[in-house]
Design a protein around this ligand. Structure first.
Ligand code: GLY
Length: 268
């Protein structure tokens, strides 16, 4: 168990979870994000791991047709639905899938790659790998919603001080088949180390060019300062949002546009 020593007092980590429903979304999608936060917190508050908590939260959002992930994944320019998802933990594990089809919960496939000797799979190969392991295969109708951006994501720290991040998206509406945004890219759409856990949402091309989450992780100062530094890397016309938390129990969500997000902890 990791603990923090403050003025001679040993303080155990406070379990905390944050999740977001995507930059560019408004208040109407807050209830779906709150449901996801409650699902993650139900895991965390009963002694579950940060990893299981972020997976529970993201799965709820993948099942919400209003949000751009899993079931509600936005369509590509040919009408297909290709999904990206990623998971990582503060002990250095990573799993990601890109452009996977017929997979309502891609975050579960990404999580299954955490302990494999390969960590990232794309396209038909990702689905073949999921088939071999019995992951649900079903048509994902996707959403005609014209919003161009968004993604869902969650970060958590558990009472052992372990942190985890998970994120999932259908990508930006109308992009070509095979296009990959920031969400499944380590350092761009998500980051976690022993100090901080982060995930981003917004225009994937711009976020990837800035290697956003890694740069935010390196920023000195409070979590709020670090997230503001990240948002300030972008022109205001580019929708971007971030959620993050630190091992010291600071957590916040910030965006330069609407972004429903929620925080759950024992005290907040
Ligand atoms: N941020 C999600 C994407 O651009 O695919």
């Amino acid at each position: 168990m990791r603990s923090h020593r403050t003025h001679g007092v040993v303080r155990l980590p406070e379990a905390m979870l944050l999740c977001h429903g995507g930059a560019g979304h408004g208040a109407k999608d807050q209830p779906g994000v709150d449901r996801a936060a409650d699902a993650g917190w139900a895991v965390l508050s009963t002694g579950g791991s940060a990893l299981d908590a972020v997976l529970a939260a993201v799965e709820v959002m993948e099942d919400d047709p209003a949000l751009n992930a899993g079931t509600g994944g936005r369509k590509r320019d040919d009408g297909s639905v290709q999904l990206d998802a990623a998971v990582a933990t503060s002990d250095g594990r990573l799993g990601a899938v890109m452009c996977i089809e017929e997979t309502p919960n891609p975050v579960r496939v990404a999580a299954a790659l955490l302990d494999e000797s390969i960590h990232i799979l794309a396209g038909d190969g990702a689905r073949d790998w999921a088939d071999a392991r019995g992951f649900v295969k079903a048509t994902v109708e996707g959403s005609e919603c014209p919003s161009s951006t968004d993604t869902v994501g969650a970060v958590a720290i558990d009472s052992d001080g372990a942190m985890a991040v998970a994120c999932s998206t259908g990508g930006c509406t109308g992009r070509p088949r095979g296009r990959v945004g920031d969400t499944p890219l380590w350092g761009s759409g998500f980051w976690v180390d022993e100090r901080i856990a982060l995930t981003a949402t917004g225009i994937g091309e711009a976020i990837t060019q800035k290697l956003l989450c890694h740069r935010v992780a390196l920023h000195e100062g409070s979590i709020e300062d670090a997230l503001r530094f990240g948002l300030d890397l972008f022109d205001a016309s580019i929708e971007v949002g971030l959620i993050g938390l630190t091992a010291e129990g600071e957590g916040i969500g910030l965006a330069n546009t609407g972004m429903p997000w929620a925080l759950r902890s024992a005290t907040r």
